[in-house]
Design a protein around this ligand. Structure first.
Ligand SMILES: [Fe+2]
Ligand SMILES: [Fe+2]
Length: 205
């Protein structure tokens, strides 16, 4: 299987080993169920952010958030279609302790809240795109490999656009400092996750 991407160019503190993909791909339907919820959450996150714009960034802000929401809704439709064809169905309840832990780092009610929400959104997109690259490279199921490769490119674009907006709304040094702090935290949070068929699960020891 050709490796279509180079995850080492991504600014993550810790990269995912191939052994993670080998384990999570043992239950592709469970992985698709988890994945569908992540796409749904990504769409609603963009719509939530739509209402938080700093005045000087409208209408660019609205264009970015509606475009991301549209992409994520399309991803949700694609993953759901594959899931249903393979005999799976969406679960009613879903937990993502990784994303929940990251969102707890948002400094709510302060001047840094919007910056944090953009940076956390960028980090979740960044990790997702890295995970899709690892899945694409190690998946022997051609349909899923192609799907994951396409998602890598799309989620990478979302990561870049959230980071660009974060750097636009905050002074350079402040955005960089917070970005580095949150990237360090992300690596710690990921290391605390349990292994399992989820996009944001922990890695084998
Ligand atoms: Fe997506
Ligand atoms: Fe995305």
């Amino acid at each position: 299987m050709a490796v279509a991407v180079a995850p080492d160019i991504l600014p993550l503190r810790a990269l995912t080993p191939p052994a993670w993909a080998e384990i999570v791909l043992q239950d592709p339907v469970a992985l698709l169920i988890d994945h569908a919820f992540l796409e749904k959450k990504a769409a609603t996150n963009a719509l939530d952010l739509l209402t938080l714009w700093p005045e000087e960034f409208f209408p660019e802000w609205a264009q970015v958030m509606t475009a991301v929401a549209r992409d994520e809704a399309a991803h949700l439709a694609q993953v759901t279609r594959i899931l249903l064809r393979r005999g799976g169905r969406l679960a009613r309840v879903h937990k993502n302790p990784y994303a929940n832990a990251l969102r707890l780092l948002v400094r709510k009610g302060t001047a840094g809240e919007v910056l944090d929400r953009l940076l956390i959104s960028a980090i979740i997109e960044l990790r997702s795109c890295e995970r899709f690259s690892v899945l694409a490279a190690h998946c022997t199921d051609e349909e899923l490999a192609v799907f994951y490769r396409r998602l890598f490119a799309s989620e990478k674009g979302h990561f870049q656009v959230f980071l660009k907006l974060a750097n636009a709304i905050a002074p350079k040094g402040r955005a960089d400092d917070r970005w580095n702090t949150l990237l360090d935290a992300e690596a710690r949070i990921l290391a605390q996750q349990e292994l399992g068929p989820r996009i944001h699960s922990g890695c084998p020891a």
